[in-house]
Design a protein around this ligand. Structure first.
Ligand SMILES: NC(=O)c1ccc[n+]([C@@H]2O[C@H](COP(=O)([O-])OP(=O)(O)OC[C@H]3O[C@@H](n4cnc5c(N)ncnc54)[C@H](OP(=O)(O)O)[C@@H]3O)[C@@H](O)[C@H]2O)c1
Length: 261
Protein backbone atom coordinates (compact mmCIF):
# COMPACT_ATOMS: atom_id res chain seq x y z
CA UNK A 1 0.00 0.00 0.00
CA UNK A 2 1.25 3.52 -0.76
CA UNK A 3 1.90 6.25 1.71
CA UNK A 4 -0.91 7.50 3.92
CA UNK A 5 -2.17 10.92 2.85
CA UNK A 6 -2.47 13.15 5.88
CA UNK A 7 -3.61 16.33 4.14
CA UNK A 8 -7.02 17.28 5.50
CA UNK A 9 -7.13 14.26 7.81
CA UNK A 10 -9.31 14.14 10.91
CA UNK A 11 -7.73 13.44 14.26
CA UNK A 12 -7.44 13.95 18.01
CA UNK A 13 -4.13 15.05 19.56
CA UNK A 14 -3.87 15.08 23.34
CA UNK A 15 -1.38 17.32 25.12
CA UNK A 16 -1.53 19.83 22.26
CA UNK A 17 -0.77 22.89 24.38
CA UNK A 18 3.01 22.40 24.54
CA UNK A 19 6.04 20.39 23.50
CA UNK A 20 5.71 17.49 21.09
CA UNK A 21 1.90 17.60 20.95
CA UNK A 22 1.86 21.29 20.08
CA UNK A 23 4.51 20.91 17.38
CA UNK A 24 2.60 18.01 15.85
CA UNK A 25 -0.64 20.00 15.97
CA UNK A 26 1.05 22.92 14.18
CA UNK A 27 2.35 20.55 11.52
CA UNK A 28 -1.09 19.01 11.00
CA UNK A 29 -2.64 22.49 10.84
CA UNK A 30 -0.26 23.39 8.01
CA UNK A 31 -1.59 20.27 6.22
CA UNK A 32 -5.18 21.56 6.56
CA UNK A 33 -5.94 19.00 9.29
CA UNK A 34 -9.30 18.82 11.00
CA UNK A 35 -8.35 18.44 14.62
CA UNK A 36 -9.76 18.03 18.09
CA UNK A 37 -7.00 19.32 20.36
CA UNK A 38 -6.95 18.53 24.07
CA UNK A 39 -5.08 19.91 27.09
CA UNK A 40 -5.95 21.81 30.24
CA UNK A 41 -4.61 25.25 29.22
CA UNK A 42 -7.37 26.64 27.02
CA UNK A 43 -5.57 29.86 26.04
CA UNK A 44 -2.79 27.82 24.42
CA UNK A 45 -5.33 25.76 22.47
CA UNK A 46 -7.06 28.94 21.29
CA UNK A 47 -3.76 30.16 19.81
CA UNK A 48 -3.88 27.09 17.60
CA UNK A 49 -7.43 27.92 16.50
CA UNK A 50 -6.11 31.24 15.22
CA UNK A 51 -3.27 29.49 13.37
CA UNK A 52 -5.79 27.07 11.84
CA UNK A 53 -7.84 29.93 10.45
CA UNK A 54 -4.76 31.15 8.56
CA UNK A 55 -4.06 27.74 7.01
CA UNK A 56 -7.55 26.58 6.07
CA UNK A 57 -7.50 23.96 8.82
CA UNK A 58 -10.16 23.31 11.45
CA UNK A 59 -9.40 23.11 15.17
CA UNK A 60 -11.86 22.21 17.90
CA UNK A 61 -10.11 23.11 21.18
CA UNK A 62 -11.31 21.02 24.12
CA UNK A 63 -9.92 22.15 27.43
CA UNK A 64 -10.00 19.11 29.70
CA UNK A 65 -8.13 17.21 32.35
CA UNK A 66 -7.66 13.86 30.65
CA UNK A 67 -7.60 11.96 33.91
CA UNK A 68 -11.30 12.68 34.20
CA UNK A 69 -13.43 10.04 32.39
CA UNK A 70 -16.08 12.64 31.51
CA UNK A 71 -13.40 14.70 29.82
CA UNK A 72 -12.57 11.81 27.53
CA UNK A 73 -16.25 11.43 26.58
CA UNK A 74 -16.26 15.13 25.74
CA UNK A 75 -13.40 14.64 23.29
CA UNK A 76 -15.10 11.73 21.56
CA UNK A 77 -18.39 13.64 21.36
CA UNK A 78 -16.61 16.64 19.79
CA UNK A 79 -14.94 14.42 17.17
CA UNK A 80 -18.18 12.62 16.36
CA UNK A 81 -20.18 15.83 16.08
CA UNK A 82 -17.68 17.74 13.92
CA UNK A 83 -16.03 15.03 11.82
CA UNK A 84 -18.25 11.90 12.05
CA UNK A 85 -15.15 9.65 11.91
CA UNK A 86 -11.45 9.82 12.77
CA UNK A 87 -8.34 9.05 10.75
CA UNK A 88 -5.97 9.23 13.72
CA UNK A 89 -5.68 9.49 17.48
CA UNK A 90 -2.40 10.67 19.01
CA UNK A 91 -2.14 9.79 22.70
CA UNK A 92 0.60 12.23 23.61
CA UNK A 93 -0.29 13.95 26.93
CA UNK A 94 1.96 12.75 29.69
CA UNK A 95 3.83 13.72 32.82
CA UNK A 96 7.24 12.92 34.26
CA UNK A 97 8.09 11.84 37.80
CA UNK A 98 11.53 12.03 39.34
CA UNK A 99 12.74 10.51 42.58
CA UNK A 100 14.05 7.41 44.28
CA UNK A 101 11.46 4.67 44.66
CA UNK A 102 11.85 4.63 48.46
CA UNK A 103 11.03 8.36 48.62
CA UNK A 104 8.01 8.26 46.32
CA UNK A 105 4.67 7.57 47.99
CA UNK A 106 2.65 4.91 46.10
CA UNK A 107 -0.22 7.33 45.43
CA UNK A 108 2.17 9.18 43.09
CA UNK A 109 2.33 6.06 40.97
CA UNK A 110 -1.47 6.19 40.68
CA UNK A 111 -1.23 9.82 39.55
CA UNK A 112 1.37 8.98 36.90
CA UNK A 113 -0.46 5.87 35.68
CA UNK A 114 -3.76 7.77 35.52
CA UNK A 115 -2.40 10.20 32.91
CA UNK A 116 0.31 8.15 31.17
CA UNK A 117 -1.55 4.84 30.96
CA UNK A 118 -5.24 4.72 31.93
CA UNK A 119 -6.17 7.92 30.08
CA UNK A 120 -4.72 6.84 26.69
CA UNK A 121 -6.07 3.30 27.03
CA UNK A 122 -9.58 4.47 27.91
CA UNK A 123 -9.55 7.17 25.25
CA UNK A 124 -8.46 4.59 22.66
CA UNK A 125 -11.35 2.34 23.73
CA UNK A 126 -13.85 5.17 23.40
CA UNK A 127 -12.52 6.31 20.04
CA UNK A 128 -12.36 2.89 18.34
CA UNK A 129 -15.78 3.09 16.62
CA UNK A 130 -14.76 6.43 15.06
CA UNK A 131 -11.37 5.09 13.97
CA UNK A 132 -13.02 2.03 12.40
CA UNK A 133 -14.95 4.36 10.09
CA UNK A 134 -11.87 6.47 9.33
CA UNK A 135 -9.73 6.65 6.23
CA UNK A 136 -6.59 4.43 6.66
CA UNK A 137 -6.78 5.00 10.42
CA UNK A 138 -3.79 5.06 12.73
CA UNK A 139 -3.36 5.10 16.49
CA UNK A 140 -0.19 6.81 17.73
CA UNK A 141 0.97 6.25 21.29
CA UNK A 142 3.82 8.35 22.65
CA UNK A 143 5.95 6.17 24.85
CA UNK A 144 9.64 6.82 25.66
CA UNK A 145 13.09 5.30 25.57
CA UNK A 146 12.21 4.60 29.20
CA UNK A 147 9.50 2.26 27.94
CA UNK A 148 12.35 0.04 26.73
CA UNK A 149 14.81 0.39 29.58
CA UNK A 150 14.18 1.11 33.25
CA UNK A 151 16.55 3.58 34.85
CA UNK A 152 17.05 4.70 38.45
CA UNK A 153 15.14 7.73 39.78
CA UNK A 154 12.35 7.20 37.26
CA UNK A 155 10.70 3.95 38.37
CA UNK A 156 7.10 5.25 38.19
CA UNK A 157 7.58 6.95 34.84
CA UNK A 158 9.31 3.84 33.41
CA UNK A 159 6.46 1.64 34.69
CA UNK A 160 3.88 3.82 32.93
CA UNK A 161 5.80 3.79 29.63
CA UNK A 162 6.49 0.03 29.73
CA UNK A 163 2.73 -0.39 30.24
CA UNK A 164 1.80 1.70 27.20
CA UNK A 165 4.43 -0.11 25.14
CA UNK A 166 3.02 -3.57 26.02
CA UNK A 167 -0.56 -2.41 25.47
CA UNK A 168 0.30 -1.00 22.04
CA UNK A 169 2.08 -4.15 20.89
CA UNK A 170 -0.84 -6.30 22.02
CA UNK A 171 -3.55 -4.30 20.27
CA UNK A 172 -1.52 -3.81 17.08
CA UNK A 173 -2.35 -7.37 16.03
CA UNK A 174 -5.99 -7.09 17.14
CA UNK A 175 -6.65 -3.80 15.34
CA UNK A 176 -5.01 -4.90 12.10
CA UNK A 177 -8.26 -6.74 11.21
CA UNK A 178 -9.94 -3.32 10.99
CA UNK A 179 -7.06 -1.83 9.01
CA UNK A 180 -6.01 0.33 11.98
CA UNK A 181 -2.22 0.80 12.25
CA UNK A 182 -0.56 1.29 15.64
CA UNK A 183 2.57 3.43 15.84
CA UNK A 184 4.61 3.63 19.05
CA UNK A 185 6.93 6.62 19.35
CA UNK A 186 9.81 6.44 21.83
CA UNK A 187 11.33 9.90 22.11
CA UNK A 188 14.61 10.44 23.88
CA UNK A 189 15.49 13.68 25.64
CA UNK A 190 13.43 16.43 23.97
CA UNK A 191 13.39 20.12 24.89
CA UNK A 192 9.86 20.64 26.25
CA UNK A 193 8.05 21.64 29.44
CA UNK A 194 7.92 18.03 30.67
CA UNK A 195 10.74 18.59 33.13
CA UNK A 196 8.94 21.58 34.73
CA UNK A 197 6.06 19.37 35.92
CA UNK A 198 5.01 19.09 39.59
CA UNK A 199 6.56 15.65 40.14
CA UNK A 200 9.76 16.51 38.30
CA UNK A 201 11.30 18.84 40.83
CA UNK A 202 14.14 17.62 42.99
CA UNK A 203 17.78 16.76 42.88
CA UNK A 204 18.54 14.96 39.68
CA UNK A 205 21.40 12.45 39.50
CA UNK A 206 24.39 13.67 37.50
CA UNK A 207 23.57 11.75 34.33
CA UNK A 208 25.66 12.15 31.23
CA UNK A 209 22.66 13.87 29.55
CA UNK A 210 22.44 13.80 25.77
CA UNK A 211 21.79 17.06 23.95
CA UNK A 212 18.01 17.33 23.67
CA UNK A 213 16.36 17.42 20.27
CA UNK A 214 13.59 19.91 19.54
CA UNK A 215 9.88 19.10 19.75
CA UNK A 216 9.60 20.19 16.10
CA UNK A 217 12.13 17.55 15.09
CA UNK A 218 10.22 14.81 16.95
CA UNK A 219 6.91 15.99 15.45
CA UNK A 220 8.36 15.82 11.92
CA UNK A 221 9.54 12.25 12.61
CA UNK A 222 6.08 11.28 13.89
CA UNK A 223 4.40 12.81 10.85
CA UNK A 224 6.71 10.95 8.49
CA UNK A 225 6.23 7.63 10.37
CA UNK A 226 2.45 8.06 10.21
CA UNK A 227 2.63 8.58 6.45
CA UNK A 228 4.81 5.50 6.02
CA UNK A 229 2.67 3.33 8.31
CA UNK A 230 5.60 2.46 10.59
CA UNK A 231 5.03 0.46 13.80
CA UNK A 232 7.73 1.97 15.95
CA UNK A 233 10.20 4.85 15.88
CA UNK A 234 12.97 6.09 18.17
CA UNK A 235 13.63 9.65 17.00
CA UNK A 236 16.76 10.35 19.07
CA UNK A 237 20.06 8.74 17.92
CA UNK A 238 21.25 8.53 21.52
CA UNK A 239 17.98 6.77 22.40
CA UNK A 240 18.55 4.20 19.66
CA UNK A 241 22.00 3.55 21.15
CA UNK A 242 20.57 3.09 24.62
CA UNK A 243 17.92 0.61 23.44
CA UNK A 244 20.57 -1.30 21.46
CA UNK A 245 22.93 -1.48 24.45
CA UNK A 246 20.27 -2.59 26.88
CA UNK A 247 19.07 -5.35 24.50
CA UNK A 248 22.53 -6.62 23.54
CA UNK A 249 24.49 -5.87 26.72
CA UNK A 250 21.97 -5.81 29.58
CA UNK A 251 24.57 -6.57 32.26
CA UNK A 252 26.76 -3.71 31.09
CA UNK A 253 23.74 -1.38 31.30
CA UNK A 254 22.94 -2.65 34.81
CA UNK A 255 26.52 -1.92 35.86
CA UNK A 256 26.51 1.50 34.21
CA UNK A 257 23.19 2.57 35.73
CA UNK A 258 24.11 1.41 39.23
CA UNK A 259 26.75 4.13 39.29
CA UNK A 260 23.99 6.75 39.19
CA UNK A 261 21.53 5.09 41.55
N1 LIG B 1 10.39 15.62 26.60
C1 LIG B 1 11.03 14.47 26.61
O1 LIG B 1 12.26 14.39 26.77
C2 LIG B 1 10.25 13.19 26.42
C3 LIG B 1 10.97 11.99 26.31
C4 LIG B 1 10.28 10.81 26.15
C5 LIG B 1 8.90 10.80 26.09
N2 LIG B 1 8.21 11.97 26.19
C6 LIG B 1 6.74 11.90 26.15
O2 LIG B 1 6.25 12.83 25.20
C7 LIG B 1 4.90 13.18 25.53
C8 LIG B 1 4.74 14.69 25.43
O3 LIG B 1 5.52 15.32 26.42
P1 LIG B 1 6.34 16.66 26.17
O4 LIG B 1 7.75 16.34 26.36
O5 LIG B 1 5.89 17.33 24.94
O6 LIG B 1 5.90 17.47 27.49
P2 LIG B 1 5.07 18.82 27.75
O7 LIG B 1 5.62 19.95 26.96
O8 LIG B 1 5.03 18.96 29.23
O9 LIG B 1 3.62 18.45 27.20
C9 LIG B 1 2.72 17.66 27.94
C10 LIG B 1 1.32 17.93 27.42
O10 LIG B 1 0.40 17.13 28.17
C11 LIG B 1 -0.66 17.96 28.64
N3 LIG B 1 -1.18 17.45 29.91
C12 LIG B 1 -0.48 17.20 31.04
N4 LIG B 1 -1.31 16.79 32.01
C13 LIG B 1 -2.56 16.77 31.47
C14 LIG B 1 -3.84 16.45 31.97
N5 LIG B 1 -4.02 16.02 33.24
N6 LIG B 1 -4.92 16.58 31.15
C15 LIG B 1 -4.74 17.02 29.87
N7 LIG B 1 -3.56 17.31 29.33
C16 LIG B 1 -2.48 17.20 30.13
C17 LIG B 1 -0.02 19.34 28.81
O11 LIG B 1 -1.00 20.35 28.68
P3 LIG B 1 -1.67 21.18 29.90
O12 LIG B 1 -0.61 21.40 30.93
O13 LIG B 1 -2.14 22.43 29.22
O14 LIG B 1 -2.80 20.31 30.37
C18 LIG B 1 0.90 19.38 27.60
O15 LIG B 1 0.19 19.81 26.47
C19 LIG B 1 4.66 12.63 26.94
O16 LIG B 1 3.89 11.44 26.85
C20 LIG B 1 6.05 12.31 27.44
O17 LIG B 1 6.08 11.27 28.39
C21 LIG B 1 8.86 13.17 26.35
Amino acid sequence: MGRRVLIGSRGIITGASSGIGRSLAELMIRKQGRLVLAARRSERLHELTTLAARHGAEVIPVSVDLTNPEARSKLVAAAREHFGALDFLVNNAGMGALGRFEDMPPDRLREVMELNFFAPVELTYAVLPLLKSGNRPILVNISSILGHRGIPWRSYYCASKFAIQGFSEAIRAELSRYGIDVLVVSPGRTKTELFDGPLERGIEPAWPEPTPVSAKYVAAKIFSAMRQGKSEIIPHVWGKGMVFLSRCFPRFMDWFLRRYA
